[in-house]
Design a binder for this molecule. Structure first.
Ligand code: NAD
Length: 248
């Protein structure tokens, strides 16, 4: 039994890592999937992969920090598939490590523009559509760094902490409108972001994980699909850690 037949999913940052795994999972569970990313070539590869697997997919180049891109991406999704049931706002970037007094203003803005403002821009468009159709679920990718500090990572941690406030407030705004809004908080996950973060020294990240291994992007996808499914029907405003105990 597939869990999302007739449903439409929208995924940002879908060309790599957690977004890619989640887009594939949605398609395998029967959803029609709009895959969006600012990087085009790997997005095209994913589109071909999902199509070859029998999935219905639309690939859209979209930089989440650009309002016109986001508006056009949501509009194209609705034009193609007729609705938008599950929105996974996942696009995010890591900071260049620096203590607070050494963070350049443009570096601070770069992180907040994508991680926080980008998520807000997506939510505005997605939720407007969900209100028109009378239902929907939003999941935002935060991080363990949304509930703990990170030395050298103040801009990233601040952006992810803010996502929790955005998620909780939106959950209240739409609680009576049949729209749920939740956040997933990944720990240390095997993706290209992790490769860049550790400079290839994966043992450094494994040492941070109580369970003694990194998480897989598919393990985040499982949690996102659960939140988007009817199994999560009473879950809204939640911050769900999927992190092997990292944030404890
Ligand atoms: P990744 O680098 O593998 O993938 C991120 C994707 O987002 C890339 O395809 C990139 O092109 C895209 N992207 C970046 N900026 C964008 C923008 N402005 N507009 C559209 N797309 C953009 O990273 P990942 O590990 O899969 O990260 C996904 C999310 O998970 C991020 O929000 C990240 O902060 C969060 N996260 C990751 C980890 C981890 O350990 N990997 C841990 C906690 C949280």
């Amino acid at each position: 039994m597939r869990r999302f037949p007739g449903k439409v999913a929208f995924v940002t940052g879908a060309a790599s890592g957690i977004g890619r795994a989640t887009a594939i999972a949605f398609a395998r569970e029967g959803a029609q999937v709009a895959i969006t990313d600012r990087t085009e070539a790997p997005l095209e590869e994913l589109r071909a992969e999902i199509e070859a697997d029998g999935g219905a997919v639309l690939a859209i180049r979209c930089d989440v920090s650009v309002p016109a891109d986001v508006e056009a991406a949501v509009a194209s999704t609705v034009a193609q598939f007729g609705r938008l049931d599950c929105a996974f706002n996942n696009a995010g970037i890591e900071n260049k490590a620096a203590p607070v007094h050494e963070i350049a203003l443009d570096e601070w803005d770069r992180i907040l523009d994508v991680n926080l403002r980008g998520t807000f821009l997506c939510m505005k468009q997605e939720i407007a559509q969900m209100l028109r159709q009378g239902s929907g679920v939003v999941v935002n990718t935060a991080s363990g760094a949304a509930i703990r500090g990170v030395a050298g990572g103040a801009s990233y941690a601040a952006s992810k902490h803010a996502l929790i406030g955005l998620t909780k407030s939106a959950a209240l705004d739409y609680a009576k409108s049949n729209i749920r809004v939740n956040a997933v908080l990944p720990g240390n996950i095997e993706t290209s972001m992790m490769d860049r973060f550790t400079g290839g020294d994966i043992q450094k990240a494994i040492a941070l994980e109580p369970v003694g291994r990194l998480g897989k992007p598919e393990e985040i996808a499982d949690a996102v699909l659960w939140m988007c499914s009817d199994l999560g029907s009473f879950v809204t405003g939640a911050s769900i850690s999927v992190d092997g105990g990292w944030s404890l």
